[in-house]
Design a protein around this ligand. Structure first.
Ligand code: NAP
Length: 484
């Protein structure tokens, strides 16, 4: 069930939010603490869905600053005018709490606890206190600092499922996004979503439409296989707009979430066992290696993993960046026997250098920090060059594997235009789609390969590893366009 929080802030805004969100909502939460001078009777009468009346005081993360008596009165008015639920706090006066519980045959009761952070928290003790209140629904909300904190929400829901107790557990903030998407997998009663316009009621709330149309959280069940992207930051990752529609297209019971992770060991300890696989992005591509049971030969040689598969509890690491980039370059020109100049010595450069060499190219590497280039060349058996010494006659294909040229610094280019005439020029940067490097290459009669092609190829390979199905590049291009 998707509950859309109606936040106004004006009465007019609140009514508009209900109209806009009715297609995506199963219930509306009327945030009486956020809506300015709410006409409670009018809101309940206008609601096309059942309603929850909520009026959170500041101490519970809400906006209501008035007297407690006034707050209780608002909830009582909502009850009289037909709200289906009232949301009251575990820590309110026990006498008042029992008063609401006693009348729960008239208006059902959600008893909630709001914590400012995930630590320290004794989930079983908190669950026992909430369920002992006699509530129809128990609700826990806390601010997640890292994606591993979602585990608290899932543990809470697990306890409630055991007791057949209706429960909601929300990890707030970007790091808690998974708790809002996966609640049904762990037996949660509902999730709270943002309206289509206006402020959201809590940090990290996902718009209801996105929950339904992108994540399809309403059809997630205990058998749904969970995937995602692990990195920091992952806010702008396009993966959720690629993999989720693909699951739907191929009729697969899977969902793909964003996991912003600063503490990788913590995430691996608490969350990895819930997942079927995940993509790894900056800054964890190298650090992930020590958490895996096995690496394939390419990932071992490259020293970086961008895809983890979890099978029977074993974690297998691979690297789809390498074939992704080379398939993109080879859509324009075979690399066997050609001289490939790689710019950069980070994860992407290592992947490209490894795979180009494996496919028979003669690889040289130029990087700003010479020691890093030297290490790459030693590990992979390729040749180091200084960028200042590169001449037009010394390479056939150039691959930019530095972020130079990426927005917002898109006025920069990693190699002078005069070296590009007649070459094949690949840029791993895909934002903007056509970088200054590619623009200059095109005007120097070079053949160009944009970074989006690498992105598409590596995502196709990832999806195939996750599911055994291979989406077409055309499908991927369309999904990427929509994601932008
Ligand atoms: P990384 O591990 O951080 O490596 C970055 C490399 O770029 C380093 O060698 C660094 O040189 C160099 N560099 C950074 N800033 C520079 C500057 N201002 N001037 C010259 N050199 C500079 O990053 P990565 O994971 O390899 O990613 C590199 C680029 O590839 C990023 O833009 C990323 O978005 C892109 N990428 C694209 C795809 C795709 O699917 N299209 C996939 C993966 C990566 P130092 O050693 O001197 O620091």
């Amino acid at each position: 069930m998707i509950i859309v929080s109606i936040t106004g802030p004006s009465m007019q805004d609140a009514l508009a939010q209900m109209r806009q969100s009715r297609r995506y909502a199963d219930m509306f939460e009327l945030r009486l603490d956020v809506i300015h001078r709410p006409n409670i009777a009018a809101l309940i009468a206008a609601s096309p869905k059942p309603t929850i009346a909520t009026c959170k005081p500041v101490r519970e993360g809400g906006m209501f600053e008035g007297a407690e008596r006034e707050r209780i009165e608002m909830l009582e008015i909502a009850s009289v005018f037909g709200a289906t639920y009232v949301d009251v706090e575990l820590d309110m006066s026990p006498r008042l709490l029992q008063e609401f519980i006693r009348r729960k045959h008239e208006t059902k009761v959600i008893v909630s606890k709001h914590l400012p952070s995930a630590e320290p928290v004794n989930i079983p003790a908190l669950y026992r206190r909430l369920s002992a209140s006699g509530a129809d629904v128990v609700k826990l909300a806390f601010i997640a600092a890292d994606a591993a904190d979602n585990r608290h929400a899932f543990d809470f829901l697990g306890l409630a499922r055991r007791d057949r107790q209706k429960a909601v557990a929300v990890a707030m903030g970007d790091a808690g996004e998974a708790s809002r998407i996966l609640y049904r997998k762990f037996g949660g009663w509902a999730t709270y979503a943002a309206p289509e316009s206006g402020p959201s009621a809590a940090p990290g709330q996902i718009p209801a439409r996105q929950l339904r149309e992108v994540y399809r959280s309403h059809v997630v069940n205990r058998y749904t296989r969970v995937f995602g992207v692990v990195g920091g930051p992952v806010r702008h990752s396009k993966g959720v707009f690629i993999h989720n529609p693909l699951f739907r297209r191929f009729g697969m019971n899977g969902v793909y979430c964003r996991f912003p992770v600063a503490d990788l060991p913590g995430f691996m300890k608490r969350m990895a066992s819930l997942l079927s696989g995940f993509s790894v992005t900056i800054p964890h591509k190298e650090a992930i290696v020590r958490h895996l049971h096995r690496l394939d030969a390419a990932a071992r040689a490259i020293g970086a993993v961008n895809t983890v598969l979890i099978r029977n509890g074993r974690l297998l690491g691979t690297n789809t960046d390498a074939p992704g980039a080379l398939d993109a370059i080879e859509s324009v020109c075979r690399v066997a026997g050609k001289r490939v100049l790689v710019l950069g010595a980070g994860g992407a450069a290592r992947a490209i250098a490894y795979e180009a060499k494996r496919r028979g190219a003669k690889v040289s590497v130029a990087n700003r920090t010479l020691s890093r280039a030297r290490a790459l060349c030693r590990d992979l058996g390729v040749v180091m060059v200084k960028l200042g010494r590169v001449t037009p006659g010394s390479f056939d294909i150039v691959a930019n594997a530095t972020p130079v040229g990426m927005a917002p610094n898109d006025g920069h280019t990693p190699i002078p235009k005069r070296l590009l005439k007649g070459k094949v020029v690949f840029d791993a940067v895909y934002n903007p789609p056509i970088t200054r490097l590619l623009r200059e290459a095109r005007s120097a009669n070079a053949r160009i390969v944009p970074g989006a092609e690498m992105y598409i190829n590596q995502a196709i390979l990832q999806f195939k590893l996750y599911t055994g199905k291979t989406p077409s590049p055309g499908t991927m291009r369309k999904l990427l366009e929509v994601a932008e």
